[in-house]
Design a protein around this ligand. Structure first.
Ligand code: FAQ
Length: 321
């Protein structure tokens, strides 16, 4: 090609890609897709996978301290679900040509993003309730629309993830409900957890729309279906109703339903804090990354054993051929 004449393969590919999006249909791994679409998907899906994996840590801290055997097994199952979500998502990203090793290397080198929310400490048992109710709740609000993401493997992975997140949210709500109906001390612990997780969970939806560089293009590509602020507002509306059932309050006296725009409004959020967390200077960033690095190093023998096993199987097949 001389660089001036349009490449016919690329032109036909772009035409097909545009038609797929116009029909609101799915793009599949072997289809032609623009490089920028591929890059943006790898960016979002790998960050999402890392969030699930790092997100295991704040809750895993409580498995040994959960107040009963039943609570321990429920929490353990939830943390294992998060590992599964990470694995589906790494697999979806791999279909775009990025290897799991590349993604994992970026994470342990501190070069990859993961959700801001997992850089906050879990200081009491009530935090397990608040995480389930609010963090998984926010994850559901954000991820249900992603089930319709234009990239097939991502959208399909989201269907199962969302089913499991719904169960997680229920278990978190139930922990808070029990504490809220317990002793005065337990009730205070539940309220304190809700107070601490409220603003960070609202910030999970990402920066305000005016400050969200990726949203417009992601929405044009049918990856994101709603803007960060739209989803945040829906989430506030959900919290407002459910907190009444808990008999607790939200630490925000500016929550109100705007009749004109038909959206839920909330008080100001500390976006400087959000930027600090994203820059790696949140309360637990260093601890989370260090733990992940250690786990990665300690798991090296499992990866080596898997490679050796695969090699052995291949040698056997060759010998039999
Ligand atoms: N934390 O232009 P936008 C879970 C970054 S899973 C860190 O608005 P976009 C399950 C963003 O990447 C939670 N970084 O970006 C669970 C971008 O940086 P980049 C994770 C953030 O992509 C529960 C820059 O800021 N969920 O909780 C955050 O259009 C309990 C500008 O932002 C997902 O990943 C943040 N909160 O919208 C597990 C869902 N927000 O890449 C364990 C999929 C923004 O240009 C226990 N992802 N940034 O360097 C998404 O929906 C989107 O990527 C958003 C961000 C909405 C997160």
């Amino acid at each position: 090609m001389d660089g001036l004449t349009p490449d016919p393969v690329q032109l036909a590919g772009q035409e097909h890609f545009d038609a797929v999006l116009a029909k609101d249909s799915r793009v599949e791994p072997k289809d032609w897709m623009p490089d920028a679409y591929r890059r943006s998907l790898v960016r979002q899906i790998s960050q999402h996978a890392h969030s699930e994996i790092i997100g295991m840590q704040p809750e895993a801290n409580w498995i040994t301290r959960a107040p009963s055997l039943k609570r321990k097994s429920i929490l353990m199952a939830k943390v294992q679900d998060e590992a599964g979500h990470g694995l589906y998502l790494y697999s979806a990203a791999e279909t775009l040509g990025t290897t799991r090793d590349e993604m994992m290397d970026a994470l342990v080198a501190g070069k990859a993003r993961y959700s801001s929310i997992f850089n906050y400490p879990t200081v009491t048992w009530a935090d397990m309730g608040a995480i389930g109710w609010m963090v998984d709740g926010a994850a559901i609000c954000n991820q249900v629309p992603l089930c319709r993401a234009s990239y097939g493997p991502y959208g399909r992975a989201m269907v199962r993830v969302c089913k499991e997140e719904s169960f997680h949210q229920r278990q978190g709500f139930e922990i808070l409900l029990e504490l809220a109906n317990g002793t005065a001390e337990q009730r205070a612990m539940a309220q304190d957890a809700v107070n601490r997780w409220y603003a960070p969970s609202l910030m999970m939806f990402g920066p305000p729309d005016d400050d969200s560089p990726n949203s417009k293009q992601s929405m044009a590509w049918n990856i994101k279906r709603f803007s960060n602020d739209e989803l945040r507002s829906r989430f506030v509306g959900m919290l407002v109703e459910q907190v009444k059932v808990l008999g607790l309050t939200l630490p925000d006296d500016q929550v109100r339903f705007n009749e004109e725009s038909k959206t839920w409004e909330h008080g100001p959020l500390d976006w400087d804090e959000f930027k600090e967390v994203l820059a790696g200077r949140g309360p637990c960033n260093a601890q989370r990354l260090e733990r992940r690095r250690t786990a990665h190093e300690e798991g090296a023998w499992v990866r080596e054993a898997a490679v050796a096993y695969h090699q052995k199987q291949q040698d056997k097949q060759k010998a039999a051929a």
